[in-house]
Write a protein that binds this ligand. Structure first.
Ligand code: PGA
Length: 256
């Protein structure tokens, strides 16, 4: 049996004002506070991080950023650094989310730079990987995911493995209502676990959490997270409602 604590993280994307983010954070805190054995996180828009951090103070809910720039400081208009995120109590930051890959030019090398910067600054990277529909249909899903995992984890040394989280998010399942079947997801998660053994060693592979993301909802969460290599969820749309997010958190309880 693995000792991986399930992790359920909400990705709020570009939704809500700061006061709406505060209300959502308060709801998440209230509704998930009594759930044992599951790590919970939220990734609000950057502009709401400080306010949400205040609402989460004294709770165990993790605060994640949706993006980070790898440089320490400088002329990078619109960007935020690892130190800035740490200064507002971010414990985690998403890296290489498919929307950042699609719209913001984040490629494998850029993702690796961000993983390195976060680890150097004491913030945990949550590295997102996943194939597009055309890549799956061409039979290249595992090849694409394998390349993304190897590249993104290149900066991870033996002392860092405990701080890294992975998320497998098939691009065709994000925001589309189409979820990978539990069997499809498990196949890719098991493949990633095997790759981790090769790249980081048996112990690191057994300990690293691999979340599933892509149209996770209360109705499908338990079945997905019940699979042996699915260690939680990265939740977009369903994380914008505190009740549905809390239902997904409860579905992750390790009673299995
Ligand atoms: P979704 O988004 O749950 O709305 O599909 C998941 C994600 O992009 O992290």
């Amino acid at each position: 049996m693995s000792a991986r604590t399930p992790f359920v993280c909400g990705n709020w994307k570009m939704n809500g004002t700061v006061s709406e983010a505060e209300a959502l954070a308060t709801g998440v805190r209230r509704l998930t506070g009594s759930v044992r054995g599951v790590e919970v996180g939220v990734a609000p828009p950057t502009v709401a991080l400080t306010a949400v951090a205040k609402r989460l103070e004294g709770s165990t809910v993790r605060l994640a950023a949706q993006a980070v720039h790898p440089a320490a400081s400088g002329a990078y208009t619109g960007e935020v650094s690892t130190a800035m995120l740490a200064s507002v109590s971010c414990t985690h930051a998403l890296v290489g989310h498919s929307e950042r890959r699609q719209y913001n030019g984040i490629d494998d090398a850029a993702a690796a730079d961000r993983v390195a910067a976060l680890l150097g600054g004491g913030v945990s990277p949550l590295l997102c990987v996943g194939e597009r529909l055309d890549e799956r249909e061409a039979g290249a899903a595992l090849e694409v995911v394998g390349r993304q995992v190897r590249a993104g984890l290149a900066p991870v040394g033996p002392d860092d493995v405990d701080r890294v989280v992975l998320a497998y998010e098939p691009v065709w399942a994000i925001g589309t209502g189409k979820t990978a079947t539990p069997a499809q997801a498990q196949e890719v998660h098991a493949f990633i676990r095997g790759l981790l053994k090769e790249v980081l060693g048996v112990e690191a592979a057994a300990g690293m959490r691999i979340l599933y993301g892509g149209s996770v909802k209360p109705a499908n969460a338990a079945e997905l997270m019940g699979r042996p290599d699915i260690d939680g969820a990265l939740v977009g749309g369903a994380s914008l409602n505190d009740e549905s997010f809390a239902a997904i958190v409860r579905a992750a309880r390790p009673s299995r």
